[in-house]
Design a protein around this ligand. Structure first.
Ligand SMILES: C[S@@+](CC[C@H](N)C(=O)[O-])C[C@H]1O[C@@H](n2cnc3c(N)ncnc32)[C@H](O)[C@@H]1O
Length: 222
């Protein structure tokens, strides 16, 4: 749990649940886990491939690799990667999304934490990940002003040579927001400050060339 301990009585620490407001919590409202997952279940039932992100991850690193699903939500990407033989850890701040992930795959490691304060060791998880994936607009949906810190925290858990892959909207048509909070130049600058270099940028998770549209999938390497 991402609680900060407060002292209610001398010597007695009581964890309290974070009330951090993120752009996600403002856009989605409380109890969004079941609603979010239901949308993907309906798409899958209609025959849509809802695992494009996992497929891209699988082309970047081989089965057996360690993958951190940053902003894992209901575990859509992490659970599919585990099914394909990856060692996955999911992190999210939204308790209702994580509850759904835990129900879907009780045997996986799910951590409730703000990505901007990510401390895997405190949860008994080592760093040195081969890949960090931030799928589904995670970076634009963190708390405003925390993006550079989030990118730095994600970069810090990568092994040398490890990859960060993030897909997000760059305009209102591709985001659950009235406008995009930042552009690719800012994102690349945050990555560069965290020691990451751009390796690839595509328009979709299945690799269509990026030509300046409203959605990009970026792969940066440490
Ligand atoms: C649109 S959902 C994407 C979920 C999942 N990655 C997927 O593709 O299905 C965005 C997720 O980012 C998470 N998120 C936003 N800000 C966060 C933060 N500061 N720390 C951890 N998770 C965060 C939200 O709680 C939410 O589950």
């Amino acid at each position: 749990m991402s609680g900060r301990p407060v002292r209610s009585q001398p010597g007695r620490a009581v964890p309290v649940r974070s009330r951090l407001v993120t752009r996600w919590s403002q856009a989605a409202g409380p109890g969004s886990g079941d609603r979010y997952q239901a949308r993907f279940d309906a798409l899958a039932a209609a025959g849509t491939d809802v695992h494009g992100e996992a497929g891209r991850c699988a082309r970047l690193v081989a089965p057996g690799a360690r993958v951190l699903d940053a902003g894992c939500g209901t575990g859509r990407v992490a659970i599919e990667l585990a099914r394909r033989g990856y060692h996955v850890v999911g992190v999210d701040l939204d308790a209702s999304m994580l509850a759904r992930a835990r129900r879907g795959a009780p045997g996986l490691t799910w951590i409730e934490s703000d990505l901007a304060a990510l401390d895997l060791a405190a949860h008994g998880v080592g760093d040195g990940f081969d890949l960090v994936v931030a799928a589904g607009n995670v970076i634009p949906l963190v708390a405003g002003g925390s993006e550079a810190t989030v990118v730095a925290r994600l970069a810090a858990v990568l092994r040398p040579g490890g990859l960060l892959v993030a897909g997000f909207g760059l305009d209102a048509a591709h985001l659950p927001l009235a406008r995009a909070p930042f552009g690719l130049a800012e994102y690349d600058a945050w990555c560069a400050a965290a020691g990451l270099r751009l390796r690839d940028r595509t328009a979709t998770w299945d690799g269509a060339p990026y030509a300046g549209g409203g959605y990009a999938v970026s792969v940066h390497g440490r």
